[in-house]
Design a protein. Structure first.
Length: 278
């Protein structure tokens, strides 16, 4: 009789709740709802919709994405078995959750929140500064020594992921321009900015995808969930970074282009006015 030797999810990490994650996300949601209900009468522009259904959907999609990658089983598999799950966390913290939350929060509420630090925000959201901060942090957390620290120290893990998320907000700021005080880049510059961002993750992704030996020896000491070897796991993590980030960013470039084209068409080909009957 053959006995399965490949460990399953419950062998690698038993189910448990991440109460710290639930607490942080609940606090964000409470502030969001408090702002919409209590602060809107004081700060939302008169005659403007406080929040649209689309904004609410985007905001809660961002919260859900953060919850999924920060809780069992995704977070625990990434911390105890497979690096590609850890890479999925980084993808969400940097490229998925920040634009969803920025898009989903009304501009007046964001402005109210960041007004005390607006002078600093003007500096850190300058395009090249934001790119340098975000991609520098992305490179740092993939250095073997730093990754080992994150896997061994839960506070370092939480803190570095929080910084990546914040720098992700800085990186997306010139693209989305959520408040009029710091407007978004023009369409052509936005496409160039996103194109530059799409190039940077390919550098560490190349090392991961084409490496002949595991770059993170600590993962060789972990149980190999589903029998995936440490090297295959590393290759899959590299593909997640390269293809996942590439599809997201190039998809956004396409969206900017078609939105820009449609806007130009509206101005160059205005709808003819139908003469009224006398």
């Amino acid at each position: 009789m053959l006995v399965a030797t490949n460990p399953g999810i419950f062998d690698v990490t038993p189910f448990h709740m991440h109460l710290d994650v639930i607490g942080v996300l609940a606090a964000i949601v409470l502030f969001y709802e408090y702002g919409l209900r209590r602060l809107a009468p004081l700060h939302a522009p008169r005659g403007e919709v406080v929040v649209t259904k689309g904004q609410r959907r985007a905001f809660y999609a961002g919260i859900l994405s953060l919850y999924i990658v920060s809780s069992w089983p995704v977070h625990d598999i990434g911390e105890n078995s497979l690096f590609m799950f850890h890479m999925s966390e980084h993808l969400v913290f940097g490229l998925i959750a920040p634009p969803l939350l920025l898009t989903g929060t009304p501009w007046w509420l964001i402005r109210l929140l960041v007004m005390p630090i607006l002078p600093l925000l003007r500096i850190v959201t300058k395009p090249f500064v934001a790119l340098a901060l975000f991609n520098g942090m992305l490179g740092l957390i993939h250095a073997p020594a730093v990754l080992n620290l994150m896997l061994r120290n839960e506070f370092a893990h939480f803190g570095l992921h929080a910084i990546l998320f914040i720098f992700g907000i800085f990186m997306w700021w010139p693209i989305l321009g959520p408040i009029p005080d710091i407007p978004q880049l023009p369409p052509f510059l936005r496409m160039g900015y996103v194109f530059l961002q799409s190039l940077v993750p390919t550098i560490p992704a190349t090392f991961l995808t084409f490496g002949e030996t595991p770059l993170y020896p600590i993962y060789e000491t972990f149980p190999r969930l589903w029998g995936i070897s440490a090297l295959d796991d590393q290759v899959l993590a590299g593909l997640i970074m390269k293809l996942g980030a590439g599809l997201l960013l190039w998809g956004y470039i396409a969206w900017i282009w078609f939105s820009w084209w449609n806007e130009e068409q509206r101005y160059t080909n205005p709808t003819p006015r139908v003469p009224s009957s006398q």
